[in-house]
Design a protein around this ligand. Structure first.
Ligand code: GDP
Length: 518
């Protein structure tokens, strides 16, 4: 199924904050010979213009709310006689609060690297992100980081990954000691040891043949080698097995092996479902979908960049594509490709690439773009909000502005908005607390709408589907628990999970969906 000819590898790194994602990203970019600029998308020629308040939140908290895209290339002499692989690394925000951005970014990748802190093992956010990957059978390569420090035994880490995530693990390397005893990383594929050098004890490219080991270490290594399943490409690509590399992003250990593994094993662009159909990356027609919209680098301008994951065809600058939400074609004159050094104007792009499309709000998350307007990609979910809040206006005359702002921001995927059938208090839903801070600060900065948020009586929401008669019937009895979303679709607002279960049982003719597929 996969397009084996493609040299694109589009992937993300999933991890818990502090596991080392940023450090690893830098090292991967250095491997690719790219000079790293911290991962934020800058508007061309306007790099230094004012930042909006939500970016201030990022700075204050020292976190990245925005996902960015980094592209780099590397030549592999041993791969198909010297192939150059183009890597598209999609950054996912690493804060413990989730935004839907994070989830949606994972709909745009073909594989992921899971970074685990050797001392901490699987942490909550790693697990959450892993579950999202599993939903789509996204293959995962595991990187156990920070072995230059004291950590858990390699067996403890391997077994935890296997048990907690119900995955087969296949170690590809092992540290020779950890912390103060760390003597390098043994590569199982060729029995060489990558050794620390100099005062910094970094890996600078020196490899030695494996020598004599102390008995206990020799035994440990032997067990790691034979005690786990062998690598199986098929099982990995199905998301049933994860190859595991040990290393230290900080000291550059394991990074080379990791990037080679992505080049050799990670899947090239895969077909994307569009209803019944699977759209192959080999299809001639250019198609893609919007997985993220980033707006208002400058609060005074309504310019946005929509991030399109290209699914098929060869894109050329100036090409006309039709967004599914608009129905008429738009010419894409200044698309953006994301090279690590800076943004560059794209002349061409291939399946698997990410293109930034500047626009004024015409493009929405979940939109399909195509040359012929003959298909719609499916499987790009809105996630059920876990936090629901009422929006209270400070100035009640600003209702119209608020409505516009909430519609805009829900289009962008910052929040979900629910307009109750009864009552005038609008409700916003988010997956993580941080999104609420972003919402309030952007309402103020960009829409001049002062608002605060209050508890709502609802705990979660479910999108309803069913025949018109069944929906009408449900509506008649439950009006006070019903709302419409941005698109006018009917949503059941539940006071508790129990509430959901009760209604699901009572209304077998309806489906209660935790996600909304656009
Ligand atoms: P992120 O939050 O996942 O992006 O993590 P960072 O890359 O910012 O790393 C968090 C902290 O761990 C920083 O202080 C890093 O210097 C440190 N760190 C990252 N990788 C390693 C490593 O391999 N060994 C050690 N000892 N520290 C590391």
């Amino acid at each position: 199924m996969a397009n084996t000819k493609s040299n694109r590898r589009t992937f993300a790194i999933i991890s818990h904050p502090d596991a080392g994602k940023t450090t690893l990203t830098e090292k991967l970019l250095l491997q690719g010979g790219a000079i790293h600029l911290a991962g934020e998308v800058k508007a061309r020629g306007q790099a230094r213009r004012a930042r909006s308040d939500w970016m201030k939140i990022e700075q204050q908290r020292g976190i990245s709310v925005t996902s960015s895209v980094m592209t780099f290339e590397k030549k592999f002499p041993d791969l198909n006689g010297g192939e150059t692989i183009t890597f598209n690394l999609l950054d996912t925000p690493g804060h413990e609060d989730f935004s839907e951005d994070t989830y949606r970014t994972l709909t745009a990748v073909d594989s992921a690297i899971m970074v685990i802190d050797a001392a901490k093992g699987i942490e909550p956010q790693t697990r959450k992100l892993f579950e999202v990957c599993r939903l789509r059978s996204v293959p995962i390569i595991t990187f156990v980081n920070k072995v230059d420090r004291e950590g858990r035994s390699i067996f403890e880490v391997l077994d935890e990954v296997a048990d907690a995530l119900a995955l087969d693990v296949s170690p590809q390397s092992a540290p020779l000691g950890m912390g103060g005893l760390f003597k390098g990383i043994l590569d199982f594929s060729d029995d060489t040891v990558a050794v620390p050098e100099g005062d910094s004890k970094e890996y600078l490219g020196k490899r030695e043949p494996l020598g004599e080991l102390p008995d206990d270490l020799a035994e440990e290594i032997e067990l790691a080698r034979i005690g786990y399943p062998e690598f199986d490409l098929e099982a990995y690509r199905h998301g049933d097995l994860t190859p595991v590399f040990f290393g230290s992003a900080l000291k550059n250990f394991g990074v080379e092996e990791l990037i080679t593994a992505i080049a050799e094993w990670a899947p090239p662009p895969r077909p994307q479902p569009a209803g019944e159909e699977q759209v192959s990356p080999d299809r001639d027609e250019v198609t893609g979908f919007i997985f993220k919209v980033q707006a208002n680098m400058d609060p005074n301008h309504r310019d946005r960049i929509a991030f399109m994951r290209q699914v098929s065809g060869t894109f050329k600058r100036g090409m006309k594509l039709t967004p599914s939400g608009l129905g008429k074609p738009i010419a894409i004159h200044s698309p953006i490709l994301f090279f690590a050094q800076d943004r560059e104007i794209a002349d061409t792009a291939e399946a698997g690439d990410i293109i930034g499309i500047p626009n004024h709000g015409t493009l929405r998350v979940g939109d399909t773009l195509s040359e012929k307007n003959d298909l719609r990609f499916t499987g790009l979910p809105n996630f059920a909000p876990e936090i629901l809040r009422r929006v209270i206006l400070k100035d009640p005359t600003k209702t119209k502005q608020l409505r516009k702002a909430l519609d805009d921001l829900s289009e962008e995927g910052v929040i979900q908005v629910f307009y109750p059938e009864i009552g005038a208090q609008w409700i916003v839903g988010v997956v993580g607390q941080l999104q609420l801070d972003v919402l309030v600060s952007r309402l103020e900065a960009e829409y001049k709408v002062g608002a605060h948020l209050e508890a709502s009586p609802f705990a979660t929401a479910r999108w309803l589907k069913g025949t018109e008669a069944a929906l009408k019937n449900f509506e008649d009895f439950n009006r006070s628990n019903l709302a419409r979303d941005r698109d006018g679709d009917l949503v059941f607002m539940a006071k508790s999970p129990w509430d959901v279960n009760y209604q699901v049982e009572k209304n077998p003719e309806l489906t209660f969906s935790a996600t909304k597929e656009r």
